[in-house]
Design a protein around this ligand. Structure first.
Ligand code: SF4
Length: 330
């Protein structure tokens, strides 16, 4: 593991909110570290807690959701100890987020140039208008958008171009890391591929770390160096993406996700899905939350919550790994 100072540290992070049916633990004691220039994928089904965790990191939790437990540090700074004014400066300059929908992230009545300049000058008060204009041009070049679109409004751009503009704004102030929350979900496969290539290329120049959130396991395995798998609010496995070539010796949920990836080169394709549905977070199964769907379930799984075990340089939360070194976070 890297000896560099982490850009993001999550220690026992839990997020809860109130619902009509009762209190919900949407994120449950998550521990994860992101190092400079690293791409970590965060994968899981809808409702597994991925986006809630992202909003907690950005201190953007809405409604009744709140950080119930744990610490979130960005560049060593506890995000929840910042005043509102400090937080406004901290966001975008240290941490930024690319949301799922580019259209709702952009202001429909401002041109691309105005939006980039607005972000720059709100955070860098010493930046002159001509410096901000020059930076806006650099950023559009970086995301491969013709400079003639500086004067375009969001509705005049294609979906892929809009998402590139959002990425340009996210990296405008050189943040240490960017959370990308399903940034290509609404795009067709060809545009999706070109944006992913672009993200990798930009990252080689600009050197920020990425927490890449997706429900598309194959995409994340290709893009990220490490992958964290979430189920029912918990991180059930963290692994190097290289280990995902192996279909075994993982958490059974990870193995199910791996078996569900279609192989284009195979003559005949039988896709094995994971039976059942994710659990209701208000009424989680006892023991291991995955036990009603697990093909390898045994008696202990139904009563005892599994510990976290170290396997090679990854972590897995499953009784099958009893005997491996246990990992405990204080
Ligand atoms: Fe399956 Fe048991 Fe492991 Fe849970 S703890 S994933 S039920 S084997």
């Amino acid at each position: 593991m890297s000896q560099q100072r982490p850009v993001l540290e999550l220690e026992n992070v839990s997020v809860a909110y109130d619902s009509d049916k009762g209190p919900v633990q949407a994120v449950n004691r998550v521990n994860l570290t992101l190092y400079p220039e690293e791409i970590v994928g965060l994968v899981g089904e809808s409702g597994s807690g991925k986006s809630t965790l992202a909003y907690a990191i950005m201190r953007l939790l809405k409604g009744s959701a709140y950080l119930a437990e744990g610490t979130i540090r960005v560049m060593g700074q506890n995000v929840y100890n910042l005043s509102k004014k400090e937080l406004r400066q901290f966001r975008w300059s240290q941490m930024a987020m690319v949301f799922q929908s580019a259209m709702s992230a952009l202001n429909p009545v401002m041109t691309v140039e105005e939006q980039i300049i607005d972000t720059l000058r709100t955070h860098r008060r010493d930046m002159s208008l001509s410096q901000a204009r020059k930076r806006a041009e650099e950023l559009l070049n970086l995301v491969s958008i013709d400079l003639k679109h500086l004067r375009s409004f969001p509705h005049q751009l294609s979906g892929g171009m809009r998402q590139r503009v959002v990425i340009a704004i996210a990296i405008a102030l050189d943040p240490a890391f960017v959370i990308m929350d399903e940034p290509t979900t609404a795009l067709d496969v060809v545009v999706q591929r070109s944006i992913l290539d672009q993200i990798q290329e930009i990252q080689r120049y600009v050197h920020f770390a990425i927490l890449f959130i997706s429900h598309d396991f194959s995409l994340v395995a290709e893009l990220a160096s490490r992958v964290a798998i979430m189920y029912a609010g918990r991180l059930v496995e963290v692994t190097n993406s290289g280990r995902l070539q192996l279909l075994e010796n993982h958490h059974p949920y990870t193995e199910g996700l791996l078996r569900a990836i279609p192989k284009l080169t195979a003559d005949e394709v039988t896709i094995e899905g994971i039976p059942g549905y994710p659990p209701d977070l208000v009424d989680l199964p006892t023991g291991c939350a995955f036990h009603p769907r697990c093909p390898r379930v045994f008696a202990d799984c139904m009563t005892d919550r599994p510990e976290l075990y170290q396997i090679e340089d990854g972590l897995v939360e499953c009784h099958l790994f009893k005997g491996a070194k246990e990992v405990h976070y204080v």
